[in-house]
Write a protein that binds this ligand. Structure first.
Ligand code: ADP
Ligand code: MG
Length: 475
């Protein structure tokens, strides 16, 4: 039997506002545990939440980027449950009236375009972070109250690859709209995956499982692919898929049971009484759209139209915002748009992979890459020398001018200067002139070698050859 795969994704993203969603304590990561909390985050009696306007602004940015309808009447609800990561005993969230609805995102998988439909985007606050050990658990309340947005798709994703493409693009939207650092490995972007399968042609959904706590996009794809084959096996053997929450075990490369959904809690949602409904100023919402930073698609368009980059190159640059930012900075110092792109996508990417590092961490600054490219174009150095300059820039962080100077790499490209050297060498080697006249081509190679020896390899090879032949013929 052939099955159709049905996937819906729930993504949480921590917003990088200065302060928390409902309190004035700072949003941080990796600080000493329990040093960035206040009474509100700890849910102490008598404290009151105050909504963070920047948090709302960031949510609106993402709503716009996902083409959503925005509900300008903000309303918050209480989601009640008792757990050690939630000192208040409830989480302030938006249940009935999410700020964003009916969004879309276009993705491309294997050359085919598809629109992913997005159900909702709502704002809420993060819980404390629990660190589990063999015989005890530690709680870090620094995370308590950090602004979150949750984005839920409709169940119209059909493969692990589509899910990965959606997540890659969503991540780049978070980065381009500057609302989050969206690091899955640090938990500032988190994804829960709902998966079910059904026989092709069926219009009824099968029972879904939910996979939680995935820490990378590639693990999302792997978890989905494993889960689909697990469910297929069960159905083919005449069994039933149970509604359960699972997690992905990286070592086993399998999804394993966390808990069955049968005993799902009732959160007893009700309107949050301490935050009255807030009517957003319509113009403010529009202004946020107007002021949205350049999005990936626009950037690709600019690269193709303004800098004549091939579309594929533009796409690869833009796929990683940091690489694309580096490119934008570099081309402030040169008009060699394509060459800078080649050096970035070629040598630089290779270096990043080889050294297992990121573009933000390397010593070569964008301006230096641009200047080096300029040196190749104006023939100060040959392209072979450029590779050496590149390596030294990466190693030392020095600028190309200094490196060229220190390593005596400057090419001699002045025709007059080269002609003088050529004549000197010819004067000292009458036998080679004789050999050349007698048709011995090896003589040319020998003479070029002599010229390079005299100049320490710095004579421009093209000009040297041309001048040498001219001089040989004229003698
Ligand atoms: P919950 O609150 O229990 O997680 P939601 O209705 O919010 O449930 O749905 C969560 C996600 O599950 C959504 O992304 C939705 O598209 C997806 N989903 C719903 N039904 C199915 C299904 N049968 N198979 C796969 N995904 C589904
Ligand atoms: Mg869910």
């Amino acid at each position: 039997m052939n099955f159709e795969v049905i996937i819906g994704l729930e993504v949480h993203c921590e917003l990088t506002t200065q302060s928390k969603m409902f309190s004035a304590s700072p949003v941080t990561f990796g600080q000493a545990p329990n040093t960035k909390v206040n009474e509100v985050d700890l849910g102490m009696t008598g404290t009151m939440p105050v909504l963070n306007k920047t948090g709302v602004e960031y949510a609106v940015r993402v709503c716009h980027a996902l083409n959503m309808e925005i509900d300008e009447l903000l309303r918050f609800d209480r989601k009640n449950y008792y757990y050690s990561d939630l000192p208040k005993g409830f989480q302030i969230t938006q249940d009935r009236f999410p700020i964003g609805r009916n969004g879309t995102m276009e993705i491309e998988v294997d050359g085919k375009k598809k629109t992913i439909e997005i159900e909702r985007l709502h704002m809420e606050e993060d819980t404390a972070k629990q660190l589990h050990f063999d015989d005890h658990t530690l709680i870090d309340y620094n995370r308590s109250g950090i602004p979150l947005i949750e984005i839920v798709t409709k169940p119209n994703i059909r493969s692990g690859k589509e899910a990965a493409a959606y997540l890659e693009k969503l991540r780049s939207i978070f980065l381009y709209t500057k609302v989050s650092d969206a690091k899955m490995e640090e938990g500032s972007m988190r994804c829960d995956v709902n998966v079910s399968i059904r026989p092709f042609g069926s219009d009824k959904f099968g029972t879904r499982t939910e996979i939680k706590n995935l820490n990378s996009i590639s693990n999302v794809q792997k978890a989905i692919e494993f889960e689909v084959s697990r469910q297929e096996k069960i159905l083919l053997q005449g069994g039933k898929v149970l509604q359960e929450t699972r997690r992905y075990d990286e070592g086993l490369k399998e999804t394993v049971l966390m808990r069955s959904k049968g005993d799902a809690v009732d959160y007893k949602y009700y309107p949050e009484p301490n935050i009255l409904p807030i009517r957003l100023d319509h113009q403010w919402v529009l202004d946020i759209k107007e002021a949205l930073p350049e999005m990936p698609e626009e950037r690709i368009k600019r690269y193709v139209e303004k800098y004549q980059l091939p579309k594929n190159d533009a796409k690869i640059l833009v796929a990683t915002k940091e690489i694309s930012d580096y490119y934008d900075e570099a081309i402030r110092y040169t008009k060699e748009y394509k060459l800078v792109c080649n050096w970035l996508l070629g040598e630089t990417m290779a270096y990043l992979n080889k050294s297992n590092t990121t573009i933000e961490a390397i010593k070569m600054i964008p301006k230096c890459l641009a200047e080096m490219v300029n040196c190749v174009v104006d023939e100060t150095i040959s392209s072979k020398q450029a590779k050496k300059v590149f390596d030294l820039m990466m190693e030392t962080g020095k600028d190309p001018e200094t490196i060229i100077e220190e390593n005596h790499m400057k090419q001699i490209s002045s025709v007059d200067e080269i002609r003088k050297i050529v004549c000197d060498v010819l004067d000292k080697n009458p036998q080679s002139i004789e050999d050349y006249k007698n048709g011995k081509d090896r003589a040319v190679g020998f003479l070029v070698g002599q010229i390079m020896k005299v100049t320490g390899g710095q004579a421009n090879p093209g000009i040297t050859n041309k001048v040498l032949i001219e001089e040989l013929k004229s003698r």
